[in-house]
Design a protein around this ligand. Sequence first.
Ligand code: AMP
Ligand code: MG
Length: 420
Amino acid sequence: MPTQTVHGLSVDEAQEHIRGLIHPVADWHEVDLRQALDRVLAQDVISPIDVPAHDNSAMDGYALRGADFASAAPGTTLTLTIVGIALAGQASTITVGAGQCLRIMTGAVMPAGCDTVLPQELALDRSETTISFAADAIRAGDNRRLRGEDLALGKVALAMGRRLRPADLGLLASLGIARVAVRRRLKVAFFSTGDELRSLGEALDAGCIYDSNRYTIFGMLTRLGCEPLDLGVAADDPEALRAVLEAACLQGADVIITSGGVSVGEADYVRPIMQELGNVDFWNLRMRPGRPMAFGHIKAGAQQACLFGLPGNPVAVMVTFYFFVRPALLQMMGITEVPAPLLQVSCATAIRKKPDRTEYQRGILSRDADGRTMVSLTGSQGAGVLRSMSEANCIIVLGQDQASIKVGELVDVLPFEGLV
Ligand code: AMP
Ligand code: MG
């Protein structure tokens, strides 16, 4: 456990501590290729073939021998005799000799002797039996795809720990691979705490609010490909908390996420129960939003689960999820890819910030009239204003050592949407 100063733990320290206590799940199974989208490879995939299996043409045109024109003087026009045609999907049988060429289609196997393809639009003159072209219009080796240039036999085509994307499914299909070994999905239980919370369908009594955290958490877990297990709302009551934490563990959850009840005052209800069931640290984090957070492991029967006690405020829940829970879940899922770096863009608004803590603001990325990417703030940045998250398309990350931001200053942002 890192030592906490009176100011609390930095984001980096907390992330590092969590990283050291998380292990990837070992179980895996095979699935059909289409079911493997967004799943994590449990083993390296070794290419069983060369892709492409033969040298082939990248264009519709004429297969030539580079030696026939490579030494021709600039400005020379050459004429070659067409000795046949090669279509995609056929084995190559024709040998092309000096002064000859072969009509060839995209993807067709290069005939013996040829190393170059003249695209048909570069042919100056075409008849049934001959073509002519400017010798300096192409170079030897042009428009030919080499055997194994995409994937070579025996090489690692995709490494263990990769989360499969659409391109990867296509790549595996190109190798003739119909089933792949993937790690099992994580089971993640979650519940909300708070006497003021009402679930959808219930009447909203005076002083109460609808529970929104279970829906954002459900959404974030589903996007990550986890199996979500919604355990509802627990009252601010030690018995209720113990019961639901034990139930989550006994149902085989790998991870349990709670929201609310970990801040000072209320924490008294949650702390003793969590600590009684396992080994849980309560942190005061040097960040905003999301200061209080609990992390550790709890046990019930023979089952053990990793526990994240998130703060209650809806924006704080999402921020702590994205910066602490998400990396831990990715690590547990066995993902080894390095995350994309934060982007650095110009800030269109001045932002007041306290030093010595990390601040996460909700931002909107756009381009100015000159085409430069910039970021502005969504309206109210309160930790309870979920609309700020809904309107945003990125999170602005202001590091612990940064001070207030002036208009035009560069800031780090984490965009919400990626292409794949
Ligand atoms: P707490 O950390 O329990 O003190 O909660 C902090 C704030 O977040 C309070 O205003 C709570 O009412 C609110 N809150 C806690 N849990 C939820 C939830 N599940 N949905 C919406 N708001 C919540
Ligand atoms: Mg509460």
